[in-house]
Design a protein. Sequence first.
Length: 110
Amino acid sequence: MGKISCFIHVQVSDSFVLQPTQVTMLTVIYNTGSLLQTAKQLNISYQHAWNTVTHINRVAPLPVVELRRGGQKGGGAAITQYGAQILKDYTVIQIIIQKTVNQIETEMAM
């Protein structure tokens, strides 16, 4: 049998389902502190990154990303405490699921 792949979608609230692509974006924002750098690293437009973050903030129960508009001192993006907790929880879920997938693959290879 081939390799098993899982894509995790976590329903955070009735209106907010966290998808893998959003987790990737939030992780890059966390690491760079910049929406522009995030867009460049993910090879997406700045507008797409902006729209995604504003959508996440609109549907999440609490703000996930704090956006600061540019200007003389420059803008920025920061993951809120709530956003950091979501990323942490998602990572825990991902680790548990990957261990289960590895176990299934091992058992199927026997």
